[in-house]
Write a protein that binds this ligand. Structure first.
Ligand code: PGA
Length: 248
């Protein structure tokens, strides 16, 4: 199955296209299960969704959400926790019921059990309809770093130096020493069970990872390339992230 590509002129258009897909999903099924991601890339999409909610275009009242990952050992009140990010960028701005939002708890007494419970909750909610993803410069999806297995499940993972560096460039953490070295992350197997996947990438720094993911071999060295097997996966890219893809 080939990855479908949607090429946009800039990151604003990427955000609008992604928000439109999620909005259509929610209009078609009010109690949709939506998978979400953190990072700079989806911020515009969340702003667009909040706008649509405000003008009454869509309601999140019955929507359930699952987030990809969370830092291990960081409290949900910490301003770099992914729970804080999601509340701040999306949940506090739409009519979602907080109890329908699921972000792994980085302070769980038993992190392994927390991961298992997350998987069970996704199953109990009927599986994910659409999962929104970003991609790391090293090809990671969620915190599935190079070397992650295609059938990996939600688990404790170790972050690579390149991810620690990318997340301490001032956009998020100010200093690499502040970045936790471990996280809880949905696995590639977990993500690939979503009925539909949309991956967003903007900027030239993502072009090499996008090329490897779309046109390279399916390999654990580039976790995003493992999405090539999925039946319904669309990459929404700006011109810079498209880079030197031969197929556009
Ligand atoms: P970014 O992160 O959106 O902040 O570039 C993406 C990722 O690391 O998955």
């Amino acid at each position: 199955m080939a990855v479908k590509l949607m090429v946009c002129k800039d990151k604003g258009e990427v955000a609008r296209k992604a928000a439109d897909i999620i909005a259509e999903q929610i209009k078609a099924k009010a109690d949709s299960v939506i998978g979400l991601a953190t990072g700079s890339t989806p911020e515009g999409t969340y702003a667009e969704l909040a706008k649509k909610n405000k003008v009454g275009g869509i309601s999140f009242k019955k929507v359930r959400t699952f987030n990809l990952d969370e830092y291990l050992g960081i409290d949900c009140e910490h301003d770099q926790s992914y729970r804080y990010f999601m509340n701040d960028r999306l949940f506090n701005h739409v009519d979602i019921r907080m109890w329908n939002t699921h972000v792994l708890n980085g302070m769980a007494a038993d992190p392994g059990l927390e991961c298992l419970a997350f998987e069970q909750k996704i199953l109990a909610e009927g599986g994910v309809d659409v999962w929104l993803l970003g991609i790391g410069n090293n090809g990671h999806i969620a915190f599935n770093e190079p070397g992650s297995a295609p059938n990996s499940r939600t688990r404790i993972v170790k972050l690579t130096e390149s991810t620690i560096k990318a997340n301490s460039d001032g956009r998020f953490f100010k200093n690499p020493l502040e970045v936790p070295h471990h996280a809880l992350s949905a696995g590639i197997g977990t993500i690939c069970e979503a009925r539909r996947i949309i991956l967003l990438a903007t900027g030239a720094n993502k072009a090499a990872a996008i090329k490897a993911a779309v046109e390279g071999p399916m390999t654990m060295d580039c976790p995003a390339s493992l999405l090539q097997n999925h039946a319904d996966v669309t990459f929404i890219l700006d011109e810079d992230a498209v880079g030197k893809l031969s197929r556009k």
